[in-house]
Design a protein around this ligand. Structure first.
Ligand code: ADP
Ligand code: ZN
Length: 213
């Protein structure tokens, strides 16, 4: 099973990805996580990407394309994968199409998660992330608080607000989404594997996805 997941920041791509991972035994490929790991490692890619990320801008296509091409060739991807946060631009979508052709892979679904903007804003500002890079568990101070304030339930490390989750940066990410990523909905509408589902409640969203798959 190979799936592309589309949706605005805060639409629930991470949550739905992990549910699909459990369901189908495939790997989640989050371009954001991949880049954050590079930033933490202080690699060349990380150094180039960091400033774009902290401003809520997209990192240049060539940087993310190189990382994703390498990742897609890893052994664990052979059992199938879900792309979370990639592609984000029409250039990336065209390149991905070429990667699928080169690797003779079949795309099974392109799923667009639909969420009203006021819900996106509320979700993003109330999100807290585990500071442990090996964990990166996500909480929400309103809907999914940790058992102990500011501590990760899974590993006990401190929870933080990501640098790109302050209010100004969030507004910018939504503007960038509309300009650069929203056009992908039209791009993929031509595919028979494309469908949209509302994603207000994760459980209902998963049920809707399973019905369509
Ligand atoms: P969200 O989906 O919540 O916006 P992500 O974790 O997917 O956050 O991405 C965080 C940041 O990483 C983005 O704001 C952007 O700077 C960068 N990024 C992630 N994926 C891509 C991509 N496919 N192309 C360009 N930049 C990306
Ligand atoms: Zn943790």
């Amino acid at each position: 099973m190979r799936i592309i997941l589309l949706g605005a920041p805060g639409a629930g791509k991470g949550t739905i990805s992990s549910l699909l991972v459990d369901k189908f035994g495939i790997v989640q490929l989050s371009s954001g996580d991949l880049l954050r790991t590079e930033v933490k490692r202080g690699s060349e890619t990380g150094k180039k990407a960091e400033e774009f990320m902290n401003n809520g801008a997209l990192v240049p296509d060539n940087i993310i394309l190189d990382s994703m091409r390498i990742r897609l060739n890893d052994d664990d991807c052979a059992k199938g994968f879900i792309l979370d946060g990639f592609p984000r631009t029409v250039v990336q979508a065209d390149s991905l199409k070429q990667m699928f052709a080169d690797m003779a892979l079949v795309l099974n679904a392109v799923i667009n998660l639909e969420v009203p903007e006021e819900i996106l804003l509320r979700r993003l500002t109330s999100r807290r992330t585990c500071s442990n890079t090996d964990c990166q568990a996500i909480y929400n101070i309103h809907t999914k608080p940790p058992k102990t304030a500011n501590k990760c339930d899974l590993c006990g490390n401190a929870l933080i607000q990501r640098d790109d989750e302050t209010e100004d940066v969030i507004k910018n990410r939504l503007i960038v989404y509309k300009e650069k990523t929203q056009p992908l909905i039209k791009y993929y509408s031509a595919y028979s594997q494309f469908f949209s589902v509302p994603c207000i409640d994760a459980k209902e969203c998963m049920e809707a996805i399973q019905k369509k798959l």
